[in-house]
Write a protein that binds this ligand. Sequence first.
Ligand code: AMP
Ligand code: ZN
Length: 464
Amino acid sequence: MAIRLFDSLTREVLELRPSDPDGVFRFYTCGPTVYAPAHIGNFRTFVINDVLRRLLELEFPGKVRHVRNLTDVDDRTIGQARLEKRPLAEITAKWTRLFHEDCAALNCLTPHVEPAATGHIREQVDMIDVLMRKGNAYRAADGSVYFKISSFPDYGSLSRIRERELKVTNSVFDADHKDDAGDFALWKAFKPEEDGDVHWPGPQGASEGRPGWHIECSAMIKKHLGDTIDLHSGGVDLLFPHHENEIAQSQCCNGATFSRHWFHSEHLLVDGSTMSKSKGNYYVLGDLVAKGYSPMAVRYALLAGHPRKQLNFTLDSLHAADSALHTLRAFEKALRPALEGPARGSPGPSGLFDEVLASLRSDLNLPAALGALFTAINSFDVRRASRADALALEVVKSALGFDLAEAAETGAPPEILGLARRRWDAKLARDFATADRLRAELSAAGWTMLDGKADFRLERSRKA
Ligand code: AMP
Ligand code: ZN
């Protein structure tokens, strides 16, 4: 059974398959803007896309090429660097590091390529040069370059935004030097009072400055995946204007279909409303780990809803995710003898979790998949488990990205868990000097050990 997924462009559920004769499935996801920690809303998008990636890997083994970018130059990153009076690269490196740690704790597969916008200025400038030569872009009075949307008759086909709405939406942003309110910046002329020391030589005839945000994805896709890709994804807020603009830039530059399939996942709400620091419902992964929840429980909770519906996250839903994982872990333990011991149960293929995978393949229906997983678990007599059943569980776990190993409960990497165990043993042996030294080592690595009566817990230390 093929993977079928709703396509935001045609608004139909369509089969996913590679178009190129090389059989490689080309998949691009818009990545994070690295100016602050990614919040759990961002991670809803990233873990949903991780399940999609895992499903594609099952479908096209060794033939998936996944690219996800890092937006490391835009108004937000530059604004943060100026606020902290530090170089842009230092700010973006810091938040990229935390993003990678959080992705690892949430068991997200690493993309095959993770290009950064600042590493692709040349490619962006080249693309803008082509667009200017072809008459799709023009230089404005201040030396910025804008894309002329009237030059692309298909503009608006993804978002189906009407012309009137377009004028209203865009005029709010920047009516500075454009010919038409809908035109958008490909290149922004340097403004010392806003940009600090961030600037590069521009396209032909334009001023020094920096790329507009949208062009980075078009340029990095062209470089790392080619002119036509099979699937492009991101959160629903990116549909307009970001993805609409990517289509316009890429199709006008390359003269080819840009993406054959578009996938947009809906946003996460927390306690019933959009996250905001002032409302007190804003969480990053570290906040939830500090409350004692495992990153795996967070992953589960973020996957519990249908990707095309908003999902309401609450601490109760996280609690429920935690108990679901306990059930799953206990089931996995009960099946372990079937995996490791002598053959038993029925020798044929396992049909135990077929419905789980079928639900995932059917428009990424995650609630149906999780429902089918627990229906199977609850109605199954583990004494009858065969090796095929245990292997089927492995496949399902890997599709959903549930890592049930002990270290994953805290998100602590094995070396941290090793240090913690040694400290616990030293404490039991009343070797307090060693215990203190190991506690200091853990703390330097960013982990706090909380001692219970019979066991310990690890938490990530809060970062400034
Ligand atoms: P950003 O770092 O702001 O560029 O966003 C990274 C990704 O997170 C994008 O795909 C956004 O669409 C997505 N995103 C932003 N806010 C939310 C949210 N509340 N729920 C789900 N995804 C979100
Ligand atoms: Zn993008």
